[in-house]
Design a protein around this ligand. Structure first.
Ligand code: KE4
Length: 431
């Protein structure tokens, strides 16, 4: 597979942009590779600067639930564009998207738009601290909520991939109030709440973890978080930046029947344009400026192009049967990968949540970050590189999830499974 143009562009990019990328995981370091530079995408296919074509399972890390260039989203952006790109003033579009989000997610009675998932989580944490008057927060190892200082401890996603627990530049004082516990470990949460309950402002969790690979919540885990936060008058924040409108129209909270106090959103609600949001109970959200004292602001918050793309996206997602047919493709892929690995004599653990998938090279059940890290990371790196060679564009990290879109056909899934079988047989041959 030709890589001359991508390699040349990467060398140039590395002189101008740290690591040659604008987000660390894109540098493909953890899989001993280098990035292909993308020129365009269409449907479930993505094309690089050397003319190579791939079936795309990153989908811009989640937003592209329809695949690329869905006509309704493109048209909505074009129409909004005719009126201008940004006003820094309220628009009717913001009201429309707020109404759709509030209607989709009953726990959200008020919502504030921001420009990224990081901003959404950072603002929700500040709101929880301002509302409760408490400073401590609990998160979970391997869960990633963006790169705001207080949350960058034992994070998942990029930080986990780079193996940097926390990060230089984050003062000890900024994280001394952050407790990071093992995901799915109810006992550790009970102990932490018994010890610090009166100081805990909130527990923030990815209800389905997508930043340590895909790890599902164990039976009763989310309910336990809800009960413990109620018992100690702390807030429960669901970070649904990835799962929101992905695993169901109402998000993971609708699948698991849990009502959080605050929810963070992003990715899909912007249709591929920069967006984030946080929302929840009215009595909490009314503490946000200018209605209340907790400050949060943003030049491009509620940007009309992003709002138009989000409205078009949620309008399409609401259509009857969308998730049933999307999730059936995802099931087909998950089963196909598991069967291909079995046939190749390779142990894998596959997890599926709606159209999010994860596959670890291990025969053990992966329930948290520790068990995720025990999987065969070298095997994953070889698998990633060989799948790319075979035209399959996977996340360049074991600690990410795969995304199936409504543009992936049964034939695309078959082609993917065929490639996986070929690659895994070769990998086993080399073992
Ligand atoms: P952004 O600031 O990247 O928009 O969102 C941060 C964030 C917050 N919460 C969750 C659950 C997330 O998954 C993310 C970001 N996800 C990563 C992919 N795992 C973004 C990819 C990247 O960092 O380049």
């Amino acid at each position: 597979m030709k890589r001359e143009n991508s390699n040349r562009l990467f060398e140039k990019a590395k002189k101008l942009i740290p690591g040659g990328v604008n987000s660390p995981v894109r540098a493909c370091k953890s899989v001993d590779s280098s990035p292909v530079f993308i020129n365009r995408a269409d449907g479930c296919r993505i094309f690089d600067e050397d003319g190579n074509e791939y079936i795309d399972y990153i989908g811009s890390w989640g937003p592209m639930i329809f695949g690329h260039r869905h006509p309704a989203v493109i048209d909505a952006i074009h129409s909004a564009l005719k009126n201008g790109t940004s006003f820094g003033a309220p628009t009717g579009l913001e009201i429309k998207l707020a109404e759709m989000i509030i209607e989709a997610v009953p726990s959200i009675e008020m919502v504030r738009m921001v420009n990224s998932g990081t901003e959404a989580a950072m603002s929700a944490i500040r709101l929880a601290r301002g509302f409760t008057g408490r400073d401590m927060i609990i998160k979970f190892d391997g869960c990633y909520h963006g790169h705001s200082d207080a949350l960058l401890v034992e994070a998942g996603s990029g930080v986990a991939t780079l193996g940097i627990p926390g990060s230089p530049g984050v003062p000890e004082s900024f994280v001394s109030g952050t407790l990071s516990l093992p995901f799915n470990n109810i006992k550790s949460v009970e102990e932490a709440m018994e010890k610090h309950g009166s100081e805990i402002a909130c527990i923030i969790v990815e209800p389905v973890a997508g930043n340590m690979g895909l790890v599902l919540p164990g039976d009763g885990f989310l309910q336990a978080l809800r009960s413990l936060t109620e018992k100690y008058n702390a807030l429960l924040i669901f970070d649904e930046v990835m799962t929101g409108f992905r695993v169901a129209y109402g998000g993971a909270q609708s699948v698991y029947g849990i009502v959080p106090d605050l929810t963070c959103l992003g990715k899909i609600i912007g249709g591929g344009l920069p967006v984030g949001a946080y929302g929840g109970k009215r009595e909490i959200m009314e503490h946000i400026a200018p209605q209340g004292p907790v400050y949060q602001a943003g030049t491009l918050s509620g940007n009309p192009l992003a709002m138009a793309a989000g409205i078009a996206t949620l309008t399409e997602l609401k259509k009857p049967g969308f998730y049933d047919s999307l999730n059936s493709m995802s099931e087909k892929l998950g089963k196909g990968l598991f069967d291909a690995a079995k046939k190749a004599g390779i142990n894998v653990s596959v997890a599926i949540s709606g159209s999010m998938l994860g596959m670890f090279f291990t025969k053990e059940k992966v329930i948290d970050f520790e068990s995720a890290k025990k999987s065969d990371l070298k095997m994953f790196a070889s698998y990633y590189r060989n799948m790319l060679q075979n035209g399959i564009y996977l996340a360049p990290s074991q600690f990410e999830a795969l995304f199936v879109s409504s543009a992936h056909s049964a034939e695309d899934i078959d082609q993917t499974v065929y490639a996986a079988g070929k690659v895994m047989s070769e990998l086993n041959g080399k073992q």
